[in-house]
Design a protein around this ligand. Structure first.
Ligand code: COA
Length: 373
């Protein structure tokens, strides 16, 4: 057990899981139906190839994903979620998801709105430019202080935790961080290489000061961040689109207004970057690899996580050491490591050490070293 003093504490977490799930078989049946229709309608073009549920599970470890709308995604004439427009005076869908997770986190920590001084909405997509999603969540919960949004793609939650620590060090008592992710809205379901990657979810976390008590809390020993520019994961949708006459071509599997990636390159480049980053971080804290009880890693690809965990721990990890949620949830961007932490931490003993790590586009990565109380 390391005697390293905490710089902050994780007091609780919350999770909102959408009610609908899509299995690989259902997704592939829909994709293949779309392909058959497309090939029939484009006899002079190179025919598109069917997808395969066996490939998806083998290449990614994903078996299913939760989604905010199932029917629109599986409709071969649509191939994208159908989310009704809400009026400006209604709660917006991302805020609603975040609230569900936030309320659970507040209940779990036995904290009310008066106990929290700031709200961060950290996610890889915001449904509008402003007002900030975080301010809407803050208002709906009746929290004082201030709130703001931040986006560092799949590393958003890790960057959110580091930012919350900074706010606590400069006077906030407790910070609520929410991570509503509607990843299916930026996923191109007509793209065979990636149509299976993402799911929807929202997570929440309450971070307090190092002396904040609370049963089941985790000390944060340190938090480090890193970024390194790469074009291998990119989404070019933006507020300049109307000014540049850019349009989303919804018939185009290659549109760059949705998520696109060079998956192989991401794999090859992110594994060494993240494993060295985490290993150096724990080393700086005087923690040996055999003292790390658990890694709650970003959930994008099973082999990638196994390789990162192997390089950090020095041996092949089991699911007790590196829990997996992407089989059921798929890649939920910034929320993935927080779902893993939410579901797989209650068995840790006081003094056990673990690392929460989010990583993804940018490239960007965060390493949060924690210790169970
Ligand atoms: N169904 C069946 N076969 C498919 C397929 C599908 N849906 N998609 C691709 N294939 C085929 C390809 O055509 C290729 O066939 P070939 O060998 O005959 O040319 C083969 O499967 C391998 O394709 P490839 O794209 O190289 O697969 P991969 O093993 O790299 O796995 C990913 C793809 C995306 C799962 C993997 O690269 C990955 O997860 N990378 C990391 C991504 C990541 O973490 N991103 C972060 C996002 S936040």
């Amino acid at each position: 057990m390391t005697s390293h003093p905490p710089i902050a504490r994780i007091l609780s977490t919350g999770l909102f899981t959408p009610p609908n799930s899509i299995s690989n078989d259902e997704l592939v049946e829909s994709y293949n139906g779309f392909v058959d229709q497309w090939n029939a309608a484009h006899p002079d073009d190179e025919p598109k190839t069917h997808s395969s549920a066996a490939f998806i599970e083998k290449a990614s470890g994903i078996k299913s994903r939760f989604v905010m709308d199932k029917a629109g995604i599986l409709d071969t004439q649509r191939m994208r979620p159908k989310l009704p427009v809400r009026g400006d005076d209604e709660i917006s869908i991302m805020a609603e998801m975040a609230l569900n997770a936030a309320r659970e986190a507040m209940t779990n920590a036995d904290l009310g709105p008066d106990d929290i001084d700031a709200v961060i909405c950290a996610a890889s997509n915001m449904q509008r430019q402003y007002p900030a999603m975080a301010v809407e969540v803050q208002s709906a919960l009746g929290i004082g202080g201030f709130a703001f949004d931040m986006n560092v793609a799949c590393a958003s939650a890790a960057f959110g935790i580091r930012t919350a620590i900074g706010l606590i060090q400069t006077g906030a008592r407790r910070v609520l961080m929410v991570n509503p992710e509607i990843c299916t809205a930026h996923l191109n379901f007509k793209d065979r290489d990636g149509h299976f990657i993402f799911g929807d979810v929202a997570t929440a976390m309450i971070i307090g000061g190092p002396d904040d008590d609370g049963a089941g809390s985790f000390d944060i020993l340190d938090a480090q961040l890193i970024t390194q520019f790469s074009n291998n994961i990119r989404n070019n949708m933006g507020f300049l689109d109307p000014a540049t006459d850019s349009v989303i071509n919804l018939d185009d599997a290659g549109t760059d207004k949705l998520f696109k990636q060079r998956g192989r390159s991401v794999f090859k480049e992110v594994v060494p970057m993240v494993s060295e980053f985490i290993a150096n971080h724990v080393d700086q804290l005087g923690i040996q690899s055999d003292q790390i009880r658990r890694l709650w890693l970003h959930q994008a690809n099973l082999s990638m996580n196994q390789l990162i965990a192997k390089r950090v721990l020095g041996h092949d990890p089991d699911t007790d050491e590196a829990p997996v949620v992407l089989d059921e949830y798929a890649n939920t961007s910034s929320a993935g490591s927080i779902i893993a932490f939410h579901k797989h931490r209650s068995d840790l003993q006081p003094g056990d050490i673990g690392v929460i790590s989010g990583f993804g586009a940018g490239y960007s990565a965060g390493s949060i070293v924690v210790r169970a109380n």
